[in-house]
Design a binder for this molecule. Structure first.
Ligand SMILES: Nc1ncnc2c1ncn2[C@@H]1O[C@H](COP(=O)(O)OP(=O)(O)OP(=O)(O)O)[C@@H](O)[C@H]1O
Ligand SMILES: [Mg+2]
Length: 194
């Protein structure tokens, strides 16, 4: 097992070991750390995710977005271009299915999909992060591929990418690969980086 794989395994075990009451408190603290940010308040089209594998839950944030009249989207695996994400509107009425990983996602209705670059803000999960905005995900490269347009010199700026995590997922320095897309910032249950 290489260093990257080992680190991923260690931190996934750590976040899965959090008790339900700790997860609940973390989700509420996260809400408090995001709701007054200018990038959140100014965003109309926001992508979030449903928590899995001990990820910090953005569910209280999703409910706040609905209350504020913001449009919420969830990532779904593209049925043909399997390595990219599509973003589907998510409302309390959305019909849900389970994807190949057993993760719940809204039923894909291609005409309703929003392109990655036309979102205002993406709040994405991660496995590990460091104070410099480097992110390690689950290892599929899905977010990296979907937002690779952000690293092109003449590319579109696209949405701000904010990683959400438990503070225990922070490491001193993350090994970065050439394809990794850096985050705008990371918000945890205790603080924001940078
Ligand atoms: N823009 C890209 N084009 C082609 N392949 C890519 C691109 N970005 C990532 N990959 C491939 O995806 C694989 C997984 O990448 P990586 O280990 O960085 O995943 P990750 O960031 O942990 O996952 P995720 O983005 O899904 O959370 C790598 O082997 C890499 O070659
Ligand atoms: Mg990556």
């Amino acid at each position: 097992m290489n260093k990257r794989t080992q680190l991923r395994k260690k931190i996934r075990t750590l976040r899965r070991s959090l008790k339900p009451h700790q997860q609940k408190q973390a989700a509420l603290n996260l809400l408090g750390n995001i709701r007054n940010r200018a990038d959140f308040r100014n965003a109309k089209h926001i992508a979030l995710y449903l928590p899995n594998d001990g990820e910090i839950s953005p569910e209280p944030l999703i409910k706040l977005c609905w209350k504020l009249g913001k449009k919420v989207y969830l990532p779904v695996l593209h049925p043909v271009l399997h390595n990219r994400l599509w973003f589907i509107p998510y409302t309390p009425q959305s019909p849900m299915i389970r994807n190949i990983y057993g993760i719940k996602e809204p039923k894909l209705i291609p005409s309703l999909c929003r392109t990655a670059w036309s979102l205002n803000l993406v709040l994405l999960p991660l496995v590990a992060f460091d104070q410099n905005g480097n992110r390690m995900g689950m290892g599929g490269g899905y977010y990296d591929r979907t937002f690779s347009f952000k690293s092109l010199k003449k590319g579109i700026n696209g949405p701000a990418l904010i990683g959400l995590a438990h503070d225990i997922q922070r490491v001193e320095e993350l090994p970065v690969e050439s394809w990794d897309i850096p985050l705008t910032s990371i918000v945890t249950d205790t603080k924001s980086y940078p």
